[in-house]
Ligand binder design. Structure first.
Ligand code: PEP
Ligand code: MN
Length: 332
């Protein structure tokens, strides 16, 4: 259950109530919110005078549920916002990894030329082999910071493990939690303590329930700014890298109040399929797209096969614009 409690409640009474119902206490500007396990369906009669409003749920998808907030949460991204009443769709593009100052500057120049303002690039890469490029680490974050200052972009960059989570939180405008880190409670809990937006990627072996419950860790810890990212799940199919779960996206849209960004690049794994998938994603009427774009994908140090070059992205971008219009969204 979620219980809304007036701000004026006595601290001792609040704690007693939380203890009795095994609830997490969330303090917001307007009220205290107690979040109990969803198995609780009713509170004691005597407590009702302390409870201003209550919500009952079938599962532990609670703060993220549409049953709790009917309207999608809105999240401020730079000067714009996504979700809520805003009909914006965020176009977050950039290379898989920051590789050098020259490479990331070329990427930034292209983004500026395309009329966009968001750069995504990773510095701590969660690679599947220890013998491949692991990312530039803190030096990469410093390069992204330089780009932010020079271009005024919003920077999305990922946290891989808890050893550098504070650095990423300090440098990123949007903190990306990668698919392989989605279950890392050290990361989830630290990202709950900031109010910077978090882009939470779905683990590739994760059910929708588990995915949204990971978001609940961040929400219930105090950060309301969570964006869900579907990036492909593992199925029996091996011809493509992963399988983009658009049915799952329909479920998330219907049942959760969180903005959604789709990542066709990691799902497909091959550049040839990314444009068609990106158009399908845009048609899903969601809050953003994340597409890997590299100045020269052939020499990319990670995810080379799936990145579009600038010309390929320009062609795709032209075809995404009418689809955005058809679903009544403005590309930001
Ligand atoms: C990435 O965005 O470059 C990345 C590593 O993504 P994922 O965590 O979805 O594999
Ligand atoms: Mn990548």
């Amino acid at each position: 259950m979620i219980l809304h409690i007036e701000k004026s409640i006595d601290a001792g009474k609040l704690q007693k109530l939380a203890d009795k119902y095994e609830a997490i206490i969330l303090k917001t500007e307007d009220r205290f919110i107690l979040i109990t396990p969803s198995a609780l369906k009713i509170t004691e009669e005597a407590d009702k005078e302390l409870i201003h409003e209550s919500f009952v749920f079938d599962t532990d998808i609670q703060l993220a549920s549409r049953k709790y907030l009917k309207e999608k949460r809105s999240i401020k991204i730079g000067e714009n916002s996504i979700g809520g009443q805003f009909r914006n769709v965020l176009m977050a593009i950039g290379p898989c990894s920051v590789e050098s100052e020259e490479q990331i500057t070329q990427a930034a120049e292209y983004i500026k030329k395309a009329g966009l303002r968001t750069l995504r690039a990773g510095c701590f890469k969660p690679r599947t082999s220890p013998y491949t490029f692991q990312g530039m680490g803190i030096d990469g974050l410093k390069l992204l910071d330089k780009i932010r200052q020079q271009y005024g972009f919003t920077i999305i960059t990922e946290v891989r493990d808890s050893s550098h989570v504070e650095d990423v939180i300090a440098y990123a405008d949007i903190i990306q939690i990668g698919a392989k880190s989605m279950y890392d409670h050290g990361i989830l809990r630290k990202c709950a303590k900031t109010t910077k937006p978090v882009l939470l990627k779905r683990g590739f072996g994760t059910t929708l329930q588990e995915f949204v419950q990971a978001a609940e860790f961040i929400l219930s810890g105090g950060n309301p700014n969570v964006i869900l990212c579907e990036r492909g799940i593992r199925t029996f199919e091996t011809k493509t890298r992963f399988t983009l779960d658009l049915c799952g996206v329909a479920y998330l849209k219907e049942n959760t109040n969180l903005p959604i960004i789709l990542d066709p690049s990691h799902a497909m794994g091959y550049a040839y399929g990314v444009p068609d998938l990106a158009r399908a994603c845009m048609a899903m009427d969601i809050e953003g797209l994340l597409i890997e774009v590299h100045p020269n994908p052939k020499v990319a140090l990670s995810d080379a096969s799936q990145q579009l070059n600038h010309e390929q992205f320009s062609q795709l971008f032209d075809t995404l614009k009418p689809i955005a219009q058809a679903v009544n969204r403005t590309i930001i």
